[in-house]
Ligand binder design. Sequence first.
Ligand SMILES: [Fe+2]
Ligand SMILES: [Fe+2]
Length: 428
Amino acid sequence: MNKKLKIYLAIIYSIFLITLIVFAFKFGLKVDLINLLFFSIIGLLISNFSMFFNSMTEISTSMNLPILITVFFLFNPFWAGLISAIGTVAVKFKKKQFVWYKFVFNRADFFLAGAFAAWIFKISRFHLDGNSFPFLSVLLASIVYFLINNLLVYIVINLADNDVNQLSLLNYFRELSKNLIVSYFLGLILLASFIYFGRIFFSLIIILLFIIKDFFYSRLQQMNSYTQIIESFLKVIDSKDHYTEGHCERVANYTYHLCNEMNLSRAKSERIISIAKIHDIGKIYVDDDILRSSKKLTNQEYSEIQEHTRYGYELLKDIDILNNDLDIMLYHHERWDGMGYPEGIEGEDIPVGARVLAICDSLDVMITGRSYKPPMTKEEIIEEFKECSGKQFDPELTEKIIKLIKKGFFDDGFKSREKIREIELSYN
Ligand SMILES: [Fe+2]
Ligand SMILES: [Fe+2]
């Protein structure tokens, strides 16, 4: 653990302790024991059974906040903070090693988020909502919970590993904010069901939400399985030509960074990245000898290779879940000036995903080299991109990739998305 992270954790632990003591004195220890037990148990069940609206990407929302909204309504900030901290304890069935400082950090994070959100709820309910249904107080409390909870985690992620500090704060919060909106409405439904119908009805709504979640989740898993199957096809291409081994995976990683730099929405980035992972799948139909050839290709051989974009498209176009994004694959060798293939479309007629992919695809060729071309240095790559901007590549995107290269993003090959995920999961 680095020094900055140690200092940060020490600060958070201290704030946690001080807030715990001050809130205990300020708001008192009187509590409705039955509800305390009820909400702690519900929280624990939810945290340990499943995540709501889990996505295939790094960030997921749990049902914590929607349930806590009723907790803010019922409890004082001290108890609300405690329920938030207790309800999010993840019980590890498989004995993975227990890291105490992460555990304490998580409790501190959830306590502070829950306690301050409940405090804001109390104040704004008194001033804004009065006796009417607390729409505004719930909104303010949700925002406070969301900001504290995610900001503390964001800082930890960035301090934990200098490699991932490129995770842009704006992008991180923009993506999460969609979850905030969902949480707000679910929270209102749960609160109303608790106020008007009580604990049993509240529990029934949660069960109903879980059934809906399974429905969504199975669709996402289906999409994941498709891409996994296709990725295993890719190993076949890798084995055909050692120069392109791991090519698609690396291109997908570069794509991730470029999408992040462009501030694209998570859904859009995800789709581009999934296609990047399989963009050369059509090569399974191209003759091995042509793919492996280190001699200059004849015109006929060259057009055979060019067909891989169409082959890939034809192969996958009947898979519903992928077909909307397949034009990214079809057009990944189009050029900004219209001199590319297969159709010679130009400029913004080329889907943005295909323009991103074209740049990342070439970047990999430049970094790793091919049988006909040695690898290039960082300076040469920057020069090459400047040279090709507005001809082969979208000038705006070229500027962004040059910026990333200069910042050193691709210095040691590429930084794995898995790494970001690993760190994020361990702190979430
Ligand atoms: Fe290609
Ligand atoms: Fe490629």
